[in-house]
Design a protein around this ligand. Structure first.
Ligand SMILES: [Zn+2]
Length: 451
């Protein structure tokens, strides 16, 4: 099904996109910064992109031109590769590390999703907050309740979002009200795949929460389900904290390492997204590379729970690069802002004695994350034919940023200022399938419109 029809619209302003992977080929060969660009959209897709002077004469009659001015930045919409929408109500809960966090905060919150209305209200809040932060695609964990998936997909469908989500599978080590069984989890997921996967822009993600809450039997059922539906995503958690790694070793003493627990059950391959992966060893990284699976890097969550500092430079090493995307991991993550999340990614990198460049960071938040989800032929960059999901940043969104920008010597520095100091206030507008779905309120001038 095509994206919802929309009239031709063209956005004008500075623009940023990527023609390839800067971790592999360098920024000079891959980063496109067009200081005065036009991005035109029609029928849910991008139709034109390039210097305004070249594109303007090509626009069809009747195109509405929205000029965001020279202090804007038009980018592909941000992509969140790992997030739990049911944890929106428990963001900013104090004082626990991963395994305690699950028992103390996560499971009691997820039990509330037995109530459909609560699920629907939370899905609305989650999507509204995502759009306020320029996030146009997310890969989402729901709860064990199938209707928690319906609630999110129903809301996302109305907006026209490209979004992946799945019902969490858990058959042990959680409260009774949050458990399914290997068979019921398989059957419910199968029914949700038939209902939602490939409907409009929606995609299903088979979602065993992690090896600590699924028996071997359930992991095998998830693997069988994925084999039957190999164009679905598969998402789970791995090697987030050291205590968790030690616990999984006790639970699966026969497996070589943590990744082998999933691999053994048929859960490694293209479109697998492993959250965190901080404590993987070299053979596990090599295996992720070989099988085409991805890591979701969730730095605000990793710092909040004290889990560790993911070494992205190691993960993308040129001899065996692993696909890496960015995740907010709400509610252990502490912000819906992708700019704030990139700030944390920079700091995680610093703790590994590397300095993530701003260009690499924006790649990670857009095309890199699209590639992690195997969606880079659809979203994540600005180019004709791509789906028209865009974010328009305001590069002078606060008095401090405004002042600091006056001192910036080049575009790389301007980008770095945004990811270090910026937040939701920097998101002027969000477009989904060529339609404006969020425009920042408050005393800021709307785009100039001309017929
Ligand atoms: Zn998570």
């Amino acid at each position: 099904m095509a994206a919802p029809a929309s009239p031709p619209i063209a956005l004008r302003g500075p623009a940023l996109s990527f023609t390839g992977d800067p971790f592999r080929d360098g920024l000079d060969a891959t980063l496109v910064h067009e200081p005065d660009a036009i991005v035109a959209m029609a029928g849910g897709r991008i139709t034109h992109f390039g210097p305004a002077a070249r594109i303007a004469p090509l626009l069809p009659a009747g195109t509405e031109l929205r000029d965001y001015g020279r202090n804007a930045l038009i980018s592909a919409g941000f992509i969140d590769t790992h997030v739990h929408y049911p944890q929106t109500p428990m963001i900013a809960s104090h004082g626990a590390q991963l395994l305690d966090w699950l028992n103390k905060y996560t499971f009691p919150t997820e039990l509330k999703f037995a109530d459909r209305a609560f699920a629907r209200d939370t899905a609305r809040l989650f999507l509204r907050e995502s759009l306020r932060n320029g996030i146009t695609t997310s890969c989402v964990y729901c709860t064990v309740h199938p209707h928690s998936v319906d609630a999110l997909f129903e809301e996302a469908e109305q907006i026209g979002l490209r979004l992946a989500a799945g019902k969490v599978l858990m058959d042990r080590n959680a409260p009774e009200g949050l458990l399914d069984t290997a068979q019921s989890g398989f059957d419910q997921s199968q029914a949700l795949i038939q209902k939602w996967h490939g409907r409009g822009r929606l995609l299903y993600a088979i979602t065993p929460r992690f090896a600590g809450t699924s028996t071997s039997e359930q992991l095998a059922a998830a693997g069988a389900l994925w084999r039957e539906n190999s164009d679905c995503l598969m998402q789970t958690h791995i090697a987030e904290s050291r205590d968790e790694v030690a616990w999984i070793r006790e639970l699966f003493p026969d497996r070589r390492n943590y990744l082998d627990v999933y691999d053994h059950h048929g859960l490694c391959g293209p479109r697998a997204v492993f959250g965190h992966a901080i404590w993987l060893d070299e053979p596990e990284m090599q295996r992720l590379h070989d099988c085409g699976a991805a890591i979701a890097h969730c730095p605000t969550s990793n710092f909040f729970l004290g889990s560790g500092a993911f070494d992205i430079a190691r993960a993308v090493r040129k001899e065996r690069p692993v696909r890496v995307g960015l995740g907010t991991d709400i509610g252990a993550g502490t912000s819906f802002s992708i700019l704030t999340t990139l700030d944390a990614a920079y700091k995680a990198s610093q703790l590994n004695r590397q300095s993530l460049s701003a260009g690499h960071a924006y790649y990670l938040a857009t095309r890199g994350s699209a590639r992690a989800l195997y969606l880079d032929d659809k979203v994540g960059r600005i180019a004709p034919g791509m789906e028209a999901d865009l974010v328009v940043l305001d590069m002078r969104s606060t008095p401090l940023i405004d002042s600091r920008m006056n001192e910036a010597r080049d575009f790389a520095e301007q980008l770095f200022i945004q990811m270090t100091l910026g937040d939701d206030r920097a998101v002027q507008a969000t477009y989904v399938a060529g339609r404006l779905v969020h425009a920042r309120a408050s005393g800021l001038s709307p785009p100039n419109r001309s017929p």
